[in-house]
Design a protein around this ligand. Structure first.
Ligand code: GLA
Length: 563
């Protein structure tokens, strides 16, 4: 039997919940949700769903805000997920709804009563002149309106659909059109909690439209890696220039392993088992952080800062990153990973390389963290932030070129840029990820000391996110302190065994993740519930959804309903 690299495997189609969750016990915990979803679908649409698609959220163990700089990250899928029941709308039901006649029309419902029913359909914008005969074959891209100005639940559904339309349905007016689809969505990944509810929505929606249009039957079916790339592209339509970590974890994860995900030379995911006694506990700070709404001065600004830092370094190091275009220079957006590769002499043509050489990468990172980075500081004064003018002047580009390259595709709001601190975080964090991976891969050895090393790396990662990348939040820091104080607590088996605690995901609110010894998990959860002030008056049931232990879970799948 050939074992396919994780990203090249096909998307699994299951018919039992045991397969979906990778264990009977987990399946049993979710069976009722699935039954409700299928029952409600039938009562809302008058016919049964043919598929349910599932995409889990993720927790990131380490490697924060470095995926879009093209460095490897270390996430795992969690049990919480987004489920979408779907079915093509039959001719008889379609006739009952006026909207049912439009090709590819969608009636989208959400089990959560807060989210109202939505009806939409894609259009093809023909731009041919009037002199073209009406029966000519017209070719125009599919279009769906996605409102980026406010956060709407169906935008994520549309984002998934967009990719399916543009990858699988030819824009020609004589080619087959997508079927009308009914969908019902439910989910228990808390939005804005840093557990990737948005990637889970987009992945699940992409799968639903693929399934309803029968794209899984036959050669066209995408692999897991292709689905990740589509989902990344799709999510950008909602207005966040995210990297590929969340989608990779949601799609490729396997039960029992975290994933080392790398992006150069192409997407690669290596399942890695954590030490035997390691358990991850997530805790929600209850500060909702919405990536899309705050992108201008948070997430997208960090993307621009790291790209600009890469541009300045490439100029300083005299690296050949641009190409000639006639008499002009064709500018590219280089990443910090590319700058490192070129500076260290192992960049070559990355397209041809089979895999990353992690030893070389590690050496390159250590090297990079020397004086070279000082170029990112302003020329005078003690401050670390640099003004727009000085940044442009140090980039080797003229103002128009710089603005066109770095600000035209993305909206950001600031006057001063912290290039030095952001780039330091990226290089240091990339190094920590490699060290984390190495410790997990050591066979045998002392378990306790492995856990301590992993925990220390997680703590350092948090501190860097907070101070250098400035993407934490006072309440998240408070929760991290509460978690870390578990080591002072007498548990009856000695002091509480917490190894590390950090923010997870984009930050600016959301969840923390802590690495705890398996035998101390219950005591740890009780400790956090008692000590984090915002939990004070919450019911036990609500608390259970705020602080929970999680094992690395199964990635996305399609569930085929049988009669
Ligand atoms: C969000 C993005 C990811 C990643 C993290 C930060 O979750 O979607 O691509 O950048 O933030 O590590």
């Amino acid at each position: 039997m050939t074992v396919l690299p994780a990203a090249d495997a096909p998307i699994p189609i299951f018919t039992t919940l045991n397969e979906v969750y990778g264990s009977l016990a987990t399946a049993a915990r979710h069976a009722e949700r699935w039954d409700d979803l299928v029952r409600e679908f039938e009562s809302k649409f008058g016919h049964k769903p043919t598929y349910v698609t599932r995409a889990p959220g993720r927790v990131n163990l380490i490697g924060e805000h470095i995926d879009y700089a093209d460095f490897g990250v270390f996430p795992a899928a969690i049990e919480h997920d987004i489920l979408i029941a779907c079915a093509p709308r039959s001719a008889s039901t379609a006739a009952a709804h006026p909207e049912g006649h439009a090709p590819g029309s969608v009636v989208a419902e959400n089990l959560h009563t807060r989210y109202a029913r939505q009806v939409f359909w894609p259009t093809r914008s023909h731009t041919l002149g009037d002199d073209v005969p009406l029966d000519a074959v017209r070719v125009a891209p599919w279009h769906l309106d996605i409102d980026k100005s406010e956060l709407r639940w169906e935008s994520y559904v549309k984002a998934g659909y967009y990719g399916v339309l543009n990858h699988f349905f030819s824009p020609s007016s004589i080619s087959p059109v997508p079927v009308p689809v009914d969908i019902l969505v439910t989910g228990n990944v808390p939005p804005g909690s840093g557990l990737s509810s948005s990637a889970a929505m987009v992945v699940s929606s992409t799968l639903a439209f693929l399934a309803a249009n029968d794209i899984f039957d036959g050669e066209k079916a995408p692999t897991k890696g292709e689905l990740v790339n589509m989902a990344v592209e799709n999510e950008r339509r909602v207005g966040v220039n995210s990297g590929g970590m969340d989608q990779s974890a949601s799609v490729i994860a396997l039960p029992g392993s975290a994933l080392y995900v790398s992006f150069v030379p192409s997407l690669h995911a290596e399942p890695i088992v954590l030490p035997r006694d390691a358990v991850l506990v997530c805790a929600n700070s209850l500060v909702v952080s919405n990536k899309a709404e705050n992108a201008k001065h948070q997430y997208n600004l960090r993307v621009v800062e790291t790209l600009a830092a890469a541009r300045l370094l490439s100029h300083h190091l005299n690296l050949q990153v641009d190409s000639a275009d006639g008499d002009n220079t064709k500018r590219r957006l280089v990443t910090l990973r590319e700058v490192l590769g070129r500076k260290s002499g192992f960049y070559q043509d990355e397209q041809d390389a089979q895999s990353e050489d992690l030893v070389q990468l590690q050496k390159g990172l250590v090297n990079m963290l020397g004086n070279t980075m000082d170029y990112l500081l302003p020329n005078f004064g003690d401050r670390t932030d640099i003004s727009l003018d000085e940044m442009i002047q140090k980039s080797g580009m003229n103002e128009a070129e710089f603005k066109e390259s770095y600000f035209s595709g993305v909206d950001v709001e600031t006057t001063n840029f912290e290039l030095y601190l952001r780039a330091r975080h990226v290089f240091e964090e990339a190094l920590r990820v490699l060290q984390f991976r190495e410790v997990c891969l050591v066979e045998g050895g002392n378990e306790e000391s492995k856990l301590q090393t992993l925990g220390k790396l997680m703590n350092d990662s948090h501190d860097s996110c907070d101070r250098q990348f400035e993407c934490s939040h006072p309440k998240v820091n408070e929760l991290v302190c509460v978690a870390r104080s578990f080591k002072e607590l007498e548990t009856g088996r000695g002091k509480g065994r917490i190894y590390g605690s950090r923010m997870t995901g984009a930050g600016w609110g959301g969840c923390t993740v802590s690495l705890i010894h398996r035998d101390d998990v219950e005591a740890f959860i009780m400790h956090v519930k008692k000590k984090y002030a915002p939990y004070e008056s919450m019911s036990e049931e609500d608390l259970a959804s705020c602080v929970f232990a999680t094992e690395p879970g199964m990635g996305a799948c399609v569930f085929k309903l049988t009669e």
